[in-house]
Ligand binder design. Structure first.
Ligand SMILES: Nc1ncnc2c1ncn2[C@@H]1O[C@H](COP(=O)(O)OP(=O)(O)OP(=O)(O)O)[C@@H](O)[C@H]1O
Length: 246
């Protein structure tokens, strides 16, 4: 099922997945995923637990070897590139569970992933990150392990931005956070979108996700069962009931 959002027809995508298949040893999890993200677009990946969203992210980032199909970045296959090379090519990830360095300070966490100054022109400086998350400036010299969940999430986003990505993938960035902090993270996502960053967002909070995302893909048992705009999804409440379970 496809309901087109319609504005990118004929424009080459930044990222495209074609027939992506992936497995954990003998257990196949993705069965031919087709997906594309254009420059400046915010795309949501939806589906119940265990349907293959994080596995799709791992396939994009090179954290899991493809069993079939291809992932292309600006038209070129990413298959030959290791995970760190994909990050250098412009793919940023805020992974599920945050995974900041617990024994480094906030500042050190941010600088650990920063691009060289010449590369950072199009990217983010420490001041940009602190401007977006003033709380991180206040906690600049605190160790990662001493931060609250919300602060850790801000740091994980800041750290990914310091790699100067052109596409940022956020896997469950608001998971387990208090509502107020969750609001901060959604405001940050909206700001990133306004700055023209392409985004792929996985999140259980459909309300804010529908407000920020241009298009959605619904996964069911490792396959895309529907794609379309937020309005098209609003018009089809049975999709939410049948495939997302909210
Ligand atoms: N490291 C792993 N080894 C074996 N099986 C895995 C592994 N990670 C995920 N799986 C399995 O792959 C399937 C897809 O998992 P995935 O994490 O991609 O789903 P998801 O849609 O992101 O859901 P969730 O919201 O629960 O993370 C599930 O059946 C899961 O149990």
């Amino acid at each position: 099922m496809t309901e087109r959002a319609g504005t990118n027809e004929g424009v080459a995508p930044l990222l495209s997945l074609r027939g992506v298949e992936a497995a954990y040893e003998a257990s196949q999890v993705l069965f031919g995923i087709d997906l594309e993200i254009h420059a400046g677009e915010c795309v949501a990946l939806l589906g119940r637990n265990g349907m293959g969203k994080s596995t799709t992210v791992k396939s994009i980032m090179g954290l899991l070897r493809l069993r079939g199909g291809d992932v292309r970045w600006r038209g070129r296959s990413l298959r030959p590139l290791a995970a760190h090379q994909r990050a250098r090519a412009g793919l940023g990830l805020v992974p599920e569970g945050r995974r900041i360095f617990p024994n480094l300070t906030v500042r050190e966490n941010l600088l650990a992933t920063a691009r060289a100054p010449a590369m950072r022109d199009a990217g983010w400086s420490l001041d940009d990150i602190y401007g977006m998350f003033p709380r991180l400036r206040e906690r600049e010299h605190h160790l990662g392990c001493h931060l609250s969940g919300g602060e850790q999430q801000m740091l994980a986003i800041g750290r990914a931005l310091m790699t100067a990505p052109e596409l940022l993938i956020l896997d469950e960035a608001t998971e387990g956070l208090a509502p107020l902090v969750r609001g901060d993270i959604w405001r940050c996502i909206e700001l990133l979108k306004r700055r023209g960053l392409a985004l792929l967002v996985i999140d259980k909070n459909l309300g804010p996700l529908m407000r920020v995302a241009d298009r959605h893909y619904i996964l069911e048992k490792g396959a895309v069962v529907w794609r379309g705009s937020s309005q098209a999804l609003r018009d089809r409440p049975e999709l939410v009931r049948d495939y997302i379970g909210m």
